[in-house]
Design a protein around this ligand. Structure first.
Ligand code: GRF
Length: 212
């Protein structure tokens, strides 16, 4: 039987370790997806390099002059690129810009993000540091749908990571990252299987859940 592979577009601004994890899960046959394109707002993002190494289309698309958002014209170019590649799901993987109406409307209910904290605690930048400095005993990561707010969309999966007394921001971030690499693929697989049902703020996972 040939399984249908969900066509995914990844937006990334930096190192691209989450992108790499998705590629690895796909290549190992654990994720029924196909990354059609990786787009970055940063010309020399390592994520673009990783994509090219795996034969995936990789493009820098000029975000325009604003620092935290894409201009309307830039959003249009991003939307067009996703359309040209037949993308059905967008995965944000360390994409450092807030998406606005044009992009959100074009992909309603089809954009996911990975965040390195247990939302709704510590949204925004440097979430691992925020949690560490606050003194929490448990942190973790969250995969959620993207809405117009900053890290506010309905939560799909979370994984917890205990904070140790001898942790530093770096060591905690590293353990959180391992969990990110696991649950992002798990969430995308659930999406690919059509098993995510959004009821208001709640995301119901339909069918039997195989814990990884
Ligand atoms: C990750 O910590 C992710 O949770 C956050 O940005 C970081 C991206 O890391 N949104 P990478 O580029 O995937 O290595």
């Amino acid at each position: 039987m040939i399984t249908r592979r969900l066509p995914v577009g990844v937006l990334a601004s930096g190192r691209g370790s989450n992108l790499q994890a998705l590629i690895d899960h796909i290549e190992a046959g654990r994720l029924d997806a196909e990354i059609r394109v990786v787009v970055s707002d940063v010309k020399d993002a390592q994520a673009l390099e990783r994509a090219r190494r795996h034969g995936i289309d990789a493009c820098y698309i000029d975000p325009g002059p604003r620092r935290t958002i894409l201009t309307a014209e830039a959003e249009e170019r991003y939307v067009q690129c996703m359309r040209d590649h037949g993308v059905e799901l967008i995965a944000l993987a360390g994409f450092m810009r807030i998406l606005k109406e044009r992009f959100l409307a074009a992909h309603a209910g089809r954009i996911l993000n990975i965040h390195p904290a247990l939302l709704p605690s510590f949204p925004g930048l440097q979430a691992q540091r925020q949690a560490f400095e606050y003194g929490v005993k448990v942190s973790g990561c969250t995969v959620h749908f993207v809405d117009a707010g900053i890290d506010t969309g309905p939560i799909i999966i979370q994984a917890s990571v205990p904070v140790r007394d001898d942790d530093t921001v770096a060591s905690l971030s590293e353990r959180i990252l391992e969990e990110e690499h696991r649950i992002y693929a798990e969430a995308i697989q659930l999406f690919a299987e059509g098993r995510l049902r959004v009821e208001g703020r709640r995301v119901i996972i339909e069918g039997p859940r195989v814990e990884g």
